[in-house]
Ligand binder design. Structure first.
Ligand code: NDP
Length: 281
């Protein structure tokens, strides 16, 4: 069966909207998200516009900072520091990629870990590793929420994550481990990917290559989450999994588009609300 990412995302947005309203009514606090966008990249502009719209619908105040590509690292660090100090801003999002003239790591490390709603700061990465309560990255959080939405029991199950990036593969592997799955993390040098995937009760594919995961590899009854977003020569979008053949074997499978994609923004909203709630503590 299909995992309906759009429906789950709608539910999360509604929860965030309700809890944001409660926070405002009970404590007079409106969650604020500072969005930093450098340059004119149309895709980045579109992402930022979508994030702003989603914030507004959820009752979150989004404040955009649009900077020219010529901005210096020093000026950008100054802006981050102002946002760190601003009590009306609970989350800071730096839209990537940044221009080559800017050291992305320096900028991400300058964001206060308490406002790092993207979960990219090394402190928050470390807290995830040690099981602490920092901010967790949005796409992996969205994946976990999709698994929960179909009642997927993780304890004792075999989970295979394909892809070991810092923003998807590694953090989602840690979250699955935390929920007591037995986790294997695969990558481009994995000797026999088909055999690894074939043992999995839960497959998370975050490769970035269309159809890298063959349908015939999927163990009957497995739950498959496809994170990949790949543009085919035809212009259509495809995931990392051969959807039609995998679907015949999987008990649940997330489509592309309409699976993990819609979850990422709504987990950003959820993290921003969480940060505003934590600011009361
Ligand atoms: P990266 O390119 O950073 O990582 C890809 C990973 O896949 C690497 O670990 C790489 O291995 C591994 N890999 C590449 N080729 C193979 C192969 N043939 N077999 C096994 N493993 C392989 O990508 P991201 O993690 O950033 O993103 C992955 C996909 O998810 C992309 O399509 C991206 O667009 C999508 N995405 C979607 C999001 C959403 O909101 N839905 C959010 C973020 C990403 P190695 O480390 O050895 O190079």
């Amino acid at each position: 069966m299909m995992i309906d990412g759009k429906a789950v995302a709608k539910q999360v947005r509604e929860e965030v909207r309700r809890d944001t309203e409660r926070l405002r009514n009970d404590h007079g606090v409106v969650p604020g998200l500072g969005v930093v966008l450098v340059g004119e990249d149309p895709a980045s502009r579109l992402y930022v516009r979508n994030k702003e719209k989603a914030c507004t619908e959820a009752g979150i105040r989004s404040v955009e900072h649009l900077l020219p590509a010529s901005v210096t690292q020093h000026e950008l660090l100054d802006l981050i520091e102002r946002l760190n100090q601003d009590p009306a801003i609970h989350g800071i999002l730096v839209q990537l990629p940044l221009p080559d003239s800017i050291a992305t790591d320096r900028i991400l490390e300058a964001v206060s870990p308490d406002k790092d709603v993207d979960g990219f700061h090394p402190v928050n990465q470390g807290l995830l590793l040690s099981g602490g309560t920092g901010f967790r990255p949005c796409t992996p959080l969205g994946i976990m929420r999709l698994l929960d939405s179909v009642g997927c029991e993780l304890k004792g199950k075999t989970a295979v994550v394909v892809g070991r990036s810092n923003i998807v593969g590694k953090p989602v592997a840690l979250m699955l481990l935390e929920r007591h799955a037995t986790v294997t993390l695969c990558h481009s040098r994995t000797a026999d990917l088909g055999a690894e995937v074939g043992r999995a009760d839960v497959v998370v594919a975050a490769v970035g290559k269309a159809h890298a995961i063959r349908g015939e590899w999927i163990k009957p009854g497995a739950v498959v989450i496809d994170v990949g977003i790949n543009r085919l020569p035809t212009g259509k979008l495809a995931g990392d999994v051969e959807f039609e053949s995998a679907r015949e074997r999987a008990s649940w499978i997330s489509p592309v588009p309409g699976g993990v994609g819609p979850m990422t923004i709504c987990m950003l909203l959820s993290n921003t609300l969480l940060s505003a709630q934590r600011s009361l503590e």
